[in-house]
Design a protein around this ligand. Structure first.
Ligand SMILES: C[S@@+](CC[C@H](N)C(=O)[O-])C[C@H]1O[C@@H](n2cnc3c(N)ncnc32)[C@H](O)[C@@H]1O
Length: 261
């Protein structure tokens, strides 16, 4: 349903374009779809023009063809990360036990669990806002825990995890200030900052992963092209067999670490 007269749709497009939105027409259509009244549309356009990420304004992000709720203050799942999930779907055995560490909105875990018909989904994040958001997205599909990395997971999962997703923060501390304002200002620092070389959280995840993975199971982490060799070293020195897969179209680099059989 459209709440927007055609004449003012062009005003919305112009407002968004003036605010620097590259895809102003597409965004105007999405804002129009999200608004239930002309007043609400005005408020949504103002929030977007002020620099809030579109996903936070409309309250959802598209990921692997589904819409996931994304609250303000929660990391917006990136299109490039669809590649990590595609790799995970290909690796998942039937009735897989899936863990989504550092789950943010929970989109990765839900997409994988749904596409691979997983038997169990366990997701975890340290940020209360992310946990609330993930609980809504995960619903009855699994459990969402709040806390530091593997800390809140049930001990009964040890040695049973078939696919371990961990899209951890991996921006080097000094580079956080170079990120676009949509990320730097509107996403929590804990979702972005990966420490001095960007690999601090990945190191902690890789070090503990072998204790949770089933024989032959895999950890999947996203990294950047620049960090690729260091990330391979991190995963390999944790005792997993590392390999790199790349999608140039999505500008995505994923390191897969596989446990011994
Ligand atoms: C880059 S975001 C990725 C979120 C989600 N996996 C995605 O791709 O949309 C990293 C997430 O890790 C969480 N995080 C950072 N440090 C953590 C820790 N020590 N334990 C658990 N979660 C953590 C952040 O709150 C954030 O939600």
């Amino acid at each position: 349903m459209s709440v927007h007269p055609v004449s003012s749709l062009s005003t919305t497009v112009a407002t968004l374009r003036h605010a620097g939105c590259v895809f102003a027409e597409d965004e105007a259509a999405l804002l129009n779809e999200a608004a239930r009244s002309p007043q609400e549309l005005t408020a949504l356009v103002e929030r977007r023009a002020a620099g809030l990420p579109l996903e936070h304004v409309v309250g959802w992000a598209e990921f692997r063809g589904r819409r996931f709720g994304v609250d303000t203050g929660v990391f917006v799942p990136r299109r490039r990360t669809e590649f990590l999930v595609a790799q995970a779907v290909a690796l998942a055995p039937r009735r897989a036990v899936v863990v989504d560490l550092c789950c943010g909105s929970g989109a990765l875990g839900v997409a994988l669990a749904t596409e691979a018909s997983a038997a169990e989904l366990h997701a975890c994040d340290v940020e209360p806002a992310a946990v609330r958001c993930a609980r809504r997205n995960v619903g009855a599909l699994g459990q969402v825990y709040e806390g530091d990395l593997f800390g809140p997971l049930p001990a009964t999962l040890r040695g049973r995890v078939d696919v371990l997703l961990a899209n951890v923060p991996y921006v080097p501390t000094d580079d956080v200030e170079l990120l676009p304002a949509e990320a730097r200002v509107h996403e929590p620092r804990v979702a972005l900052d990966g420490g001095g070389d960007g690999l601090d959280v990945m190191r902690r995840v890789a070090a503990e992963a072998p204790g949770w993975l089933a024989p032959g199971a895999s950890l999947l982490v996203e990294t950047s092209e620049r960090q690729r060799d260091a990330a391979v070293e991190v995963v390999g020195s944790a005792g997993l067999v590392p390999r790199v897969v790349v999608c140039e179209e999505l500008y995505a680099t994923v390191v897969i670490g596989t446990a011994a059989q």
